[in-house]
Structures are given as C-alpha cells and as structure tokens.
Design a protein around this ligand. Structure first.
Ligand SMILES: NC(=O)c1ccc[n+]([C@@H]2O[C@H](COP(=O)([O-])OP(=O)(O)OC[C@H]3O[C@@H](n4cnc5c(N)ncnc54)[C@H](O)[C@@H]3O)[C@@H](O)[C@H]2O)c1
Length: 282
C-alpha cells in the first residue's frame, strides 16, 4: 500500500477544542481544522467573537459550536468541556491558544493584580484546560494537546515580565505533561509563534517588522495553522514534549537586521551572481 491516512486528512471527524478562537491565531486555527472536516468547539471569553467564528465556519460548510468561557475560571472550563462531550462524545485535540498579550508595564510600575491576571489567563488557563481534556483523552487512550508559547519564553520582551514568565511556564508545563500523559497515548507539544499580525498593522509597520525577520515578512495567522494541523495529525505521532518555532527564522538571528553589519540590503542581487547568469542556458 503506497498511501496511508496519517496527515491532515486523518483529522476529519475529530473533535477539536480551540481556546481564544474568536479572533487572531485561534480563529485561523479553528477555521483550518474545520476545513479538513474536524468538528470544532470554538472557545472565547467574548461570546460574540466565538459566535462570529462559528458563523464563518458554517458559511464555509464546516461544523462548529461556540463554547464561550473564561479559561482562567475552573467552573467555566468544566462546563465548556461538558458541553463539548455532550455534543460530540469526546475531545480528540485541544489547542490552548487563549492568552493575554498586554497590558505592557515596566516592572517598576507593575502591581500584583496585573501579574495575577496574566498568569491566571495564560498559564493557569492552560493548566485548567489541559487537566479537563487529559481526563477525557486518557479514557480513550489517545489525544493531542497543543499549547501556545511565545519567543518570550526564551528571549524576553521589555515591559512583559508577567507575559514572558507565563510563556516560560507554558513550555515547562508542555514538557512535564508530555511525561505524565505519554503512557496514556496523549501527546503534548507547543507552538511558538514569532511576530504574527493579528491587529491589522498598517503597511509601514508591517514592512518595518518584516525587515527584521529572516523570512522577510511578518507572519499571518494562517502561518500558524499548518504546524497546528501537523502536530494534531498522526504524522506527528512520535513528537511530544517539543516546542516548534513558527517565526520566519526570527529567533535564529544574532542581531536584528536593522543593526546587522551585513543587513539584507547588502545581500547580492541574483542577477549579479555568476552562477545565476551563467546557469547553462547561454
Ligand atoms: N500575535 C503574535 O505575534 C503572537 C506571538 C507569540 C505568541 N502569541 C500567542 O498566540 C496566542 C494568540 O495570540 P493572538 O495574537 O491571536 O491574540 P488575540 O488577542 O488576537 O486573540 C486572543 C483571543 O483570546 C481571547 N481571550 C482572551 N482572554 C481569554 C480568556 N480568559 N478566556 C478565553 N479567551 C480569551 C480574546 O478574546 C481573543 O479573541 C496567545 O496565546 C499569544 O500569547 C501571539
């Protein structure tokens, strides 16, 4: 047999919960799972945003339900998973995407409430959803959890103490859960987005950001969706406890392009290269 169904096609009919899927990266991931015929539970703290994602999926012929909840509230998280199990019987994939990116505060201006809210949503929210999902997945002996990290887990942003600490925690949680849940057939990995335009930046801001990324452009929410499908699929069956960077090479560079001693503006033009002009067709 030449062909086995282990890739994105194998996700048809799977029950996928995506948190924070009312907009941005979460919405793109929810829509992409729906496009391969997964059944998608769309979570967001904003019920209107969750409903809008469900409507968009249904308009495109996909299957989705809205399960609004605050992922930092254990009661709401329990109700959300109960709703999904009542509707579709199980949970096969959990994408823990919900996260608070701001507000930014310099550490000397930070207060406890700010720290607690960001840690609650980003890190405790991951714990609560993983905990519920793992109990459902362990019973069926199979499941996939995908967490959402950030470059801030390993390289800090200024004025992002709580956020960066929450993302470092998410990477540690990912590894720890891979160990505890592996014997139950549950794989746990994280995606690490680079700079993804989820706010609708203007042209100049996009160009400026793009110049600092080896791939030459800022990321789009859609860029996150292929890696999410891959990690969820059986093709990634031997990958667990890992963090996959989806950052156009951003974290692979020593200096930002604008201060690099050999910036992309000094790179050779293809037509000036001997091997390019003498490529055998003259
Ligand atoms: N955009 C980037 O460049 C980038 C970079 C690195 C990491 N990330 C991570 O990716 C994830 C998504 O980022 P984004 O840019 O799409 O964010 P976004 O702000 O565009 O969307 C986040 C969504 O999560 C929802 N949400 C917020 N708090 C919630 C809660 N308590 N419960 C449920 N839903 C909640 C929001 O309502 C919103 O719809 C986040 O975890 C973020 O940290 C993003």
């Amino acid at each position: 047999m030449l062909r086995t169904v282990t890739g994105a096609e194998s996700l048809a009919g799977k029950v996928v919960v995506v948190t924070g899927a009312g907009k941005g990266i979460g919405r793109a991931i929810a829509e992409r799972f729906a496009s391969v015929d997964s059944k998608v539970a769309v979570n967001d703290i904003d019920p209107d945003a969750a409903a809008a994602t469900v409507a968009a999926i249904e308009t495109d012929g996909g299957t989705a339900i809205a399960v609004p909840a605050d992922v930092s509230d254990s009661g709401q998280v329990a109700t959300m998973f109960d709703q999904v199990v009542q509707q579709w019987g199980t949970v096969d994939v959990l994408v823990n995407n919900a996260g608070l990116i701001g507000p930014m505060l310099h550490f000397l201006e930070a207060d406890e409430a700010w720290w607690r809210r960001i840690i609650d949503v980003n890190l405790t929210g991951h714990f609560l959803c993983c905990h519920r999902a793992a109990k459902i997945m362990a019973r069926q002996g199979k499941g996939v959890i995908i967490n959402m990290s950030s470059g801030g887990a390993t390289r800090s942003h200024r004025a992002f103490t709580a956020y960066d600490a929450s993302k470092g925690g998410i990477e540690a949680l990912t590894r720890a859960l891979a160990l505890d849940l592996g014997p139950y057939g549950i794989r746990v990995n994280a995606l690490m987005p680079g700079s993804i335009d989820t706010t609708g930046m203007d042209h100049d801001a996009r160009v400026l950001r793009g110049e600092n990324i080896p791939a030459g452009r800022i990321g789009e929410p859609f860029d996150m969706t292929g890696p999410a499908l891959f990690l969820a699929s059986d093709d990634a069956g031997y990958i667990t406890g890992d963090v996959i960077k989806v950052d156009g090479g951003m974290l692979s560079q020593q200096r930002s392009a604008t201060v690099d001693i050999h910036p992309p503006s000094r790179f050779p033009k293809l037509e000036d290269l001997d091997w390019y002009t003498d490529r055998g067709d003259s």
